[in-house]
Design a protein around this ligand. Structure first.
Ligand SMILES: [Zn+2]
Length: 314
């Protein structure tokens, strides 16, 4: 009886100790850090915003929620359009970080490594003198080549130029929802912006949660995440609300440079991967098969259906 009571006390103490350590960990936000990044900037104007309006709107929304430096992954071909360089400078002046996303947005494999490297250099010439430019390179389509020789060649050229990889850990469908909204306006439809915001934020949060869970399974520890977004109209409309929602879930928004200090940035990867995140690349390296992690929380069909059911475009 006495022995039973002692065991019971030990169990109770241990249970509460574990609970407290978990809560402390939660409070510190160790597992809940994420940086924001925007690809393909400065994207051309659409039926919703002109390019200049959109850039100003994104900067304003980020300022309103006091967001730390985001990563602006610039595309040379867009930067050369009217006001392109000015728009990138506006981000830099607002304290955000500019980085290289190539000139032409080639998919490595669709062109040879040599052409791909020349294209990176072409963007570098255009962007590297801009304020707040940092040597991070993000592969277009997050695609790192069809074979290891090709990939090695590009990674060596990047290292020779002093570049580090501007990887992501959370991918999603922001480009697709944005495409549907722009199409709807083009077709003369109206938008229920409240509903659109709700759905956009819901889907993005599900994606963050999904990737965070996988990061835990694969690495068994806390990771500084990098969210992939595009410099598009929905970002201009809802980035402030998205950041507030992320914070309300107990997460901390960190700067892009802080995120790339995570040790996952330097884990050597030898296998080929594409259209994917750094976490899944590490998973693949450690023997995880693609089928095991391909169940995304959403899909293009499912998003389209959700928008139709809610009568978002009418
Ligand atoms: Zn891109």
């Amino acid at each position: 009886m006495r022995i039973g009571a002692i065991f019971k006390s030990i169990f109770v103490v241990f249970f509460f100790y574990s609970l407290t350590s978990y809560q402390i960990l939660e409070k510190r936000g160790c597992d809940h850090e994420i940086a924001i990044s925007f690809d393909d900037a400065p994207m051309p104007g659409t039926s919703i915003f002109s390019g200049v309006e959109r850039t100003e709107e994104i900067i304003k929304k980020l300022e309103e929620v006091n967001a730390p430096a985001v990563g602006i992954f610039a595309l040379g071909i867009h930067a050369q359009r009217e006001f392109g360089i000015e728009r990138l400078k506006k981000y830099a002046i607002a304290g955000h970080i500019l980085a290289n996303h190539s000139y032409s947005h080639y998919r490595l494999g669709e062109v040879e490594a040599e052409t791909f490297i020349e294209d990176i250099k072409r963007a570098h010439v255009l962007l590297s003198d801009l304020p707040n430019f940092r040597l991070f390179f993000r592969f277009p389509y997050l695609y790192e080549g069809d074979n290891t020789t090709q990939r090695k060649e590009v990674l060596k050229a990047l290292a020779d130029m002093g570049y580090r990889e501007g990887y992501v850990t959370v991918s999603n469908f922001d480009f697709y929802i944005n495409y549907l909204a722009v199409q709807a306006v083009k077709e003369g439809k109206k938008i229920n912006y409240e509903k659109l915001k709700e759905i956009y934020i819901k889907i993005l949060w599900e994606c963050i949660d999904f990737h965070a869970e996988w990061a835990h399974k694969i690495l068994g520890r806390a990771v500084k995440h990098v969210l992939l977004l595009h410099e598009n109209d929905l970002a201009a409309l809802f980035i402030g609300d998205l950041i507030s929602l992320i914070r309300s879930k107990g997460w901390k928004i960190i700067s892009i440079e802080d995120a790339y200090k995570d040790p996952i940035a330097t884990i050597p990867l030898t296998t080929i991967y594409g259209y994917s995140t750094r976490i899944f690349a590490i998973g693949k390296e450690r023997g995880l098969r693609k089928q095991e992690f391909s169940h995304f929380p959403s899909s293009c069909e499912c998003i389209k259906k959700m928008l139709e059911e809610e009568n978002v475009f009418f």
